[in-house]
Every structure is written in C-alpha cells, then in structure tokens.
Design a protein. Structure first.
Length: 455
C-alpha cells in the first residue's frame, strides 16, 4: 500500500516504550506502523525522535481574567506558539464570570476558536456562579456537548466558590460524568477536607478531582496520602514550578511579568515536583499558559501592587523543550515518561485517548519529529506577551517538524497552517471516572521490530 505520507527511519516513543519504525499516514490518521513503508511523500526522520504531539490540558487563551484583563494571545497566536513547541492539542478554559450565562460563554469561546485555532482544541469550564440554572441545565448540557471538565477556585474574591457551591459542582460533575479541577490555595479548607470530611474511605461526595498547578512538597504529600487512602486525587504541575524559583522573580518591577499563582517556590520544592512526576503523584505536566501583556501585568506602572497584577506566565511553546532538556536530557525521566507526562495522560484524563496522545494505528496523525541534538538558546517565543521567563536558557532537543491530523504544520521553524484549521474536540468522560480504565490500543504488533533506544 502506498500511504499519503510516510515518516521514515525515526525512533518512535509512546508512554510504554521506544522503538524504531516508519509511520504510514493516510488522510488525517496513522494507517500503519512498520518497516519499509512506501509513501507518496516521505519525511526522513533518521537520527530523529517521533513523538506524539503534546497535549496541553491547562492553558488560558483569549480569556478574560477575573479582574477583567484579556490575555495577549488569541486562539491564533496561542495555537501557533503551541505548534512550534511540539504541542498539537490544547484544552483551554471557557471562563464564566459571576454575571455570565454559561451557555453564552461557551458559545463565544467556540466562535473565537473555530475561526482561529491552527491545532485541535477542547474546552474546560471555569465555574464562578453555580446557580440553579447552571447546575440543572447548563452544566449537563455542556457535558453532553463534550466539555467534560470544570475548574473551580477555592480562593480569589471574584472566582472563589463557597464550600456549599464546591460540593454542588462536585455533585453535578459526579452525576453527569465530568472531572473537577481545583485551584486549591486555601489551606484551611484543604486540611478540613482531608482530615475531617473524609474519614476512612467514607466519602462525602465520591468525586475524583485533579488539583491544578501543584507547587509544594506539602501539597504533593497531601495528594500522596489521599491516594494512599484510596481517594482519586490527581495532581498537575507546570514548568514554572520545575524551572523557576522565587529568586527568578525577585528582580524589581520586572518580576511582575513572572508573577503567577501559586508562585514559584525554592529548590527543595522543585525537587519535590520532580519526585512527584516520577512517582505519578503528579499525573500531568501542563503549561498553565496565562499570557498577559505588560498592560495587564502593570496596569499602574511602578505603582502596581501584586494584588493588581494579572497572574500567570506564558509557557505553551517551551513546555516540552524545557522538560526534554532538564528531564530526558538530564536523565531525570525516560522518553516514555516524557510522552506520558506531556501527551498520553492528558489525553486519557480528558477523554480524547487514543485519538490523541499516542502513536497507534487509527490515532490522529498528530506527531512531533524531534531532533535530540538541536540546541536552542531561548530568545523570544511566538506568543504575544513580549517576554518569556526562560529567556537565555540553553535547551537541547527541539521539535523540528510538527504534524496535525496528517498535515505538516511546522517545518524548520516555518508555519504552514491556516487559521481555523483546528477542530473542536468533543471529549468523552475522563479515565479518572472509569473504575477499570479504558482499553489500551493493541501495540503487541510492534514487538517484532522493536529495538531499544540508545540516546
Ligand atoms: O497564575 C496563574 N496560574 N494564572 C492563571 C490562572 C490560574 O489560576 O490558573
Ligand atoms: Zn488556577
Ligand atoms: Zn491556569
């Protein structure tokens, strides 16, 4: 069979293993894995790594912050930036503000993304007002449309939910099959939940949760203990907690640009995050790309206090190259672990696996061909913030060619993707909601020509 496209001679990696194979692509999907494949077009990947395109399940795109600041990135610039860094799927947030009707919010985000995204995308919801119509009608409807995860805040005046509201959202999520992502910065409530409400497996609301942007040893330990008691609590961390410390933002007013919540901590916390990633307590590694420009960061110039700054840092483009350099390159994690943390688990956790997040026959041909030897000194990323916290870093390993549904969208730093080519992904229920997990696609066929990777 002659495929539309063959990626020949590369070293492939999935969450399970690395092996040498050609990838045959027919239309938008992977049609064959094997050796000696023929294609109308061939990309030579010898000496390169062929990885599933990254899935970034935590990013803020064309979103108004709770204080009313618009991100500098829209769906075009953010997805272009993501693609250049090897990410082919994003799951940003549709943010409800207290006065907003959830249905209208969702419709607006769909319209904007449909016109501009260059890679595929899903949505989470941020729930700021779980009133009766929202809980009874709008949330179930959103879930039915494939928006199957909600973020709730335990802190910040304009977004925080009261305990009763949190339980209302959890109950609705449990009833209709959605995953709850928690911005958990309220220590009192966390310890109350962990210590008193949940007693010896006696759960008040049996609702799996994912704690976003975990940054401290204490936080990781709390998740570890909850899991040891049999609770389904997943953790997420982000580049700013592995690669920045408080010292990086202690640089005068310029440090405002790097302000995010939770903030970067110290070296011991970084080490705890690496351990958490390695032992699975931290289940996914996302960017929390929150691309606010100078105006949002310093609305009152030098007079701006930290409470008035838009929180967050850009990270969509460098999320993968940073983890590749400091994780795979430094021998902290293996290549399959890299794939798992950056793509596979995101796809499983957010209901798009195995269509996204792996290399398997029938999966979307979302692939990043990495040159493990390519060195890059970070200057500026392609998002619209005008700064990156990682300026000057020397990174080794770069995604030189990126495919989305079989189409080459980035080649040697050049974009060849049209605005609006990205498609909305109506997602299924999270694997975290399935007691037995879901079927893993058959990969036994790969064994015959599998060879160990020597990097
Ligand atoms: O500082 C951050 N993380 N800003 C983005 C909003 C959020 O809470 O994730
Ligand atoms: Zn948050
Ligand atoms: Zn966030």
């Amino acid at each position: 069979m002659t495929h539309d496209l063959v990626i020949r001679g590369g070293t492939l990696a999935t969450a399970e293993k690395t092996f040498r194979a050609d990838v045959g692509i027919q239309g938008e999907r992977i049609s064959e894995l094997g050796t000696g494949l023929q294609g109308k077009r061939v990309i030579d990947a010898s000496g390169k790594l062929v990885l599933p395109g990254g899935v970034d399940s935590h990013c803020h795109i064309e979103q108004l912050s709770s204080m009313g600041v618009m991100t500098a990135d829209d769906f075009y610039s953010a997805t272009v930036s993501a693609a250049h860094g090897g990410t082919t799927t994003v799951i940003p947030f549709c943010a409800q503000h207290r006065a907003d009707n959830l249905q209208t919010v969702l419709k607006d985000y769909h319209e904007r993304a449909r016109a501009k995204a260059v890679i595929d995308y899903g949505f989470h919801l941020i729930i700021a007002n779980p009133d009766e119509p929202t809980l009874r009608e709008h949330l179930p409807e959103a879930i039915r449309s494939g928006v199957r995860s909600f973020k709730i805040f335990m802190t910040y005046e304009r977004t925080r939910l009261h305990d009763e509201q949190i339980l209302d959202v959890m109950a609705a999520a449990r009833k209709h099959g959605a995953l709850v992502m928690v911005h958990a910065e309220n220590h009192g409530m966390i310890s109350w939940l962990a210590g008193r409400m949940v007693k010896q497996g006696n759960k008040l609301v049996d609702c799996p949760i994912l704690i976003v942007h975990v940054s401290t040893n204490d936080g990781i330990e709390a998740i570890r203990q909850a899991r040891a008691r049999g609770l389904k609590v997943l953790g997420e961390t982000c580049p700013q907690y592995l690669f920045l410390t408080a010292k990086d933002i202690d640089i005068g007013m310029q440090g405002a640009l790097f302000c995010c919540s939770p903030p970067p901590r110290d070296e011991a916390a970084q080490e705890a995050c690496w351990r958490g990633l390695k032992d699975g307590t931290l289940h996914v590694y996302s960017s929390d790309h929150a691309p606010y420009g100078l105006q949002g960061k310093l609305p009152k110039g030098d007079k701006t206090t930290f409470k008035e700054m838009a929180n967050g840092v850009p990270g969509l483009e460098l999320r993968l190259p940073l983890l590749f350099t400091y994780g795979v390159g430094a021998g902290r994690i293996s290549l399959p672990e890299f794939v798992n943390l950056t793509a596979t688990r995101h796809a499983q956790t957010y209901g798009i696996y195995p269509r996204k997040g792996t290399i398997a026959v029938g999966a979307d041909a979302d692939l990043a061909i990495w040159d493990p030897e390519k060195s890059v000194v970070v200057e500026q990323t392609r998002d619209q913030t005008g700064y990156t916290p990682y300026k000057g870093r020397k990174l080794k390993g770069w995604p030189v060619t990126v495919l989305s549904r079989g189409a080459v969208i980035v080649e040697d730093g050049r974009l060849s993707a049209e605005r609006g080519r990205g498609k909305f992904l109506a997602r299924e229920a999270s694997d975290a909601l399935r007691p037995l997990g879901r079927d893993v696609p058959e990969v036994a066929q790969l064994k015959a020509w599998e060879t160990p990777l020597e990097l």
